[in-house]
Design a binder for this molecule. Structure first.
Ligand code: NDP
Length: 294
């Protein structure tokens, strides 16, 4: 927005629509940069603020944001589940995976919570795997990101999804919660020692937090050679090319990084808030710009 337009809004109204990103810690989260670039490119006057919320003060913080008529926002760790109880409505995805990362104020003033993490991931994957329904997908992890992804894969009707997690009870809970929602065959497998990725594991998704804080770390997997039919995906987006993806590439896999998921979940939110389709390439380059600073 140019200075004149923003001054007009300040002096004569209407004031710009406000959006939030809440989490703890939230420093280091580049979403604001990406969202404000998207708003600007669309000519939308919205402002997007990154707000650190003390975990002991989530309730008054949420009531404050809603009372001030924020038009929506994003929720990140550790509030994705706790925030559910303050919302008027949930989408199917949010209710199935019991987590919200995107909130929208509806015309009647009520707030709806959605989970766009899994949808963002699915959009990236379908672009390179249009035959996804026929594939077997192995998902490593059972936390927030994995739950959102498995939920969306099941809603999409993927042929088979296997959840592999260090803590088996969490994998079982995730699978049991989604039982019967679609024709997808859902199962779990214990993660004993090293999981060997083979040719019939047509898509493998690294959805644990391993590699986020220690870029050299990798989950306990081994790739058999010549996996040219396999797509290996990582949800970790910083570094963009994780050790898991490097190993997968060496074994011949096609790879999908976590940045596409981050861009897509943001783009879905922008569309929900503004009704307009943002420029995803611009959003991706703005993230790369933010990571280059650190
Ligand atoms: P959670 O804390 O909810 O879950 C963490 C998961 O990682 C659990 O399944 C945990 O297993 C597993 N894990 C942790 N350490 C290990 C280890 N050493 N070996 C094997 N498994 C391990 O985190 P989230 O699901 O919210 O986030 C996971 C990652 O996804 C983060 O890096 C986050 O940045 C990324 N993310 C990316 C998004 C994107 O848009 N690209 C969006 C959202 C998240 P256990 O159950 O046994 O503890």
């Amino acid at each position: 927005m140019d200075t004149n337009t923003s001054l007009q809004a300040l002096m004569k109204g209407p004031l710009p629509p406000l959006y939030f990103c809440i989490g703890s810690p939230v420093v280091g989260n580049p979403t604001q940069h990406m969202m404000e670039k998207a708003f600007e490119q669309l000519g939308y006057p919205g402002r997007y603020l990154t707000i650190e919320v003390d975990p002991d003060e989530l309730e008054p913080s949420i009531w404050g944001l809603l009372a001030m008529h924020f038009q929506g926002g994003n929720v990140t760790a550790p509030f994705k589940q706790e925030v559910l109880s303050y919302l008027d409505e949930l989408t199917e995805s949010a209710s199935l995976c019991n987590a919200v990362n995107c909130i929208t104020r509806k015309d009647d003033g009520t707030y709806i919570g959605d989970n766009t993490d899994g949808k963002g991931f699915l959009q990236s994957l379908v672009e390179i795997a249009p035959d996804l329904e026929k594939r077997k997908v192995v998902v490593f992890g059972s936390g927030g990101a994995a739950s959102a992804i498995v939920t969306e894969l099941a809603l999409h009707g993927v042929h088979e999804v296997v959840v592999v997690n260090r803590t088996l009870t969490r994998a079982k809970t995730l699978v049991n919660n989604l039982a019967g929602i679609s024709r997808t065959t859902l199962s779990w497998e214990p993660w004993e020692g090293i999981y060997r990725i083979k040719e019939h594991d047509l898509v493998v998704v690294q959805a644990t937090s391993v590699g986020l804080f220690q870029p050299d770390d990798c989950i306990k997997v081994a790739f058999t050679p010549d996996l040219h039919n396999v797509i290996a995906c990582d949800v970790v987006f910083n570094p963009v090319e994780t050790t898991f993806l490097k190993k997968a590439k060496l074994a011949g896999c096609q790879t999908l990084d976590g940045l596409g998921m981050l861009v897509n979940q943001g783009a879905i939110a922008v569309k929900q808030w503004t009704g307009k389709e943002p420029d995803r390439a611009l959003m991706r380059s703005s993230l790369e710009e933010a990571f280059a600073v650190c």
